[in-house]
Design a protein around this ligand. Structure first.
Ligand SMILES: *[C@@H]1O[C@H](CO)[C@@H](O)[C@H](O)[C@H]1NC(C)=O
Ligand SMILES: *[C@@H]1O[C@H](CO)[C@@H](O)[C@H](O)[C@H]1NC(C)=O
Length: 298
């Protein structure tokens, strides 16, 4: 082949690579080509296959989560979860995954907890005691996005992601938003990470349109928490040092929504919740990885 022909071929190839054009299957809204691979062993994978159907979440044989908890008895997960079609994929979801939305309605009452409205996913295999999720060093990854059709009411306190000790006496950490009861000095329109004493260790403003990506490294031996964060497709960055926290007591992760009432000191059982609730939060890139040796997917 003549030298100039080779050069022309090389030039056009470079142009093609620099401008890859639409992907097969057409343009996906708000999505970008950059989806990050994970790099550490995955302990629990909460990423939803793009082929998944809602009915899979109703039984042990097909769900990656616990199909029976933590939700209103009269609701099935296939009624609680939605697959948003216009949210795009978050950083750690690739084309084999899709986001999911956890919703709240008036029926989101777990057992006799009439004060709360809640729907929380637990990873199947994350047992209350003896779980691999509660030993060593683990990093929980999750990305969240608001659904404009199912807005949250930030006059309330929402727990969205946490790890609850096996005796239910405390949560080792909480990822929350809204008005934290008893801490009204904190702005309501932020995502907040609170330690076991419910003291805020980091927060960031809610972005109404973008995916916001979080990771929390829980060192169960050294008793520390470290927070990582990014927006959109950006790589995660460490936003706190490894801060001291009591991570004892084993327990389980929970991912979803727990909306506390207002106007009561007994939040579990009483207080005010507006009726005809239709609220939701979109999740993606949910997984727990093994961070032994300092490994964290960024
Ligand atoms: C997508 O992520 C899965 C992990 O769930 C991985 O096995 C697969 O190789 C990834 N696919 C691409 C195209 O990167
Ligand atoms: C938000 O919550 C507050 C406190 O419960 C309530 O007074 C208000 O009506 C709610 N707003 C909406 C839009 O539901």
């Amino acid at each position: 082949m003549h030298h100039s022909t080779l050069l022309a071929l090389f030039t056009s190839l470079t142009a093609v690579l620099a401008h890859p054009g639409p992907r097969p299957g057409g343009k996906r809204p708000h999505n970008h080509a950059v989806n990050a691979p994970t790099k550490c062993p995955i302990v629990f994978d909460g990423r939803i296959k793009s082929t998944a159907e809602l009915s899979e979440f109703d039984s042990y044989g097909t769900s990656i989560f616990n199909p029976d908890y933590v939700k209103g008895q009269n609701l099935k997960w296939s009624q609680i979860l939605k697959f948003p079609t216009d949210a795009g994929n978050s950083r750690f979801d690739n084309e084999t995954h899709k986001p999911f939305e956890v919703t709240l309605s008036d029926q989101s009452i777990f057992q006799t907890q009439k004060g709360f409205r809640r729907a929380g996913l637990q990873f199947q295999g994350d047992t209350n005691t003896g779980s691999p999720g509660s030993t060593g060093v683990k990093t929980l990854h999750f990305s969240v996005k608001l659904d404009p059709a199912r807005p949250l009411n930030l006059s309330h306190e929402y727990l969205n992601v946490w790890h609850e000790a096996s005796d239910y006496s405390a949560n080792q950490f909480n990822f929350e938003t809204g008005t934290i009861l008893g801490q009204t000095g904190l702005p309501k329109d932020t995502w907040k990470i609170l330690n076991r004493q419910n003291k805020q260790i980091w927060s960031t403003p809610i972005d109404k349109a973008a995916w916001q990506n979080f990771a929390i490294t829980i060192d169960y031996s050294k008793n520390t928490l470290q927070v990582y964060y990014s927006k959109g497709d950006d790589p995660l960055k460490s936003v706190t040092s490894a801060v001291s926290n009591n991570n004892a007591g084993a327990g389980q992760y929970q991912i979803g929504m727990l909306k506390k009432p207002t106007g009561t000191s007994d939040v579990v059982n009483s207080g005010y919740q507006s009726s005809r609730l239709n609220e939701g939060l979109i999740y993606g890139g949910l997984f727990l990885e093994d961070s032994a040796g300092g490994c964290v997917s960024l």
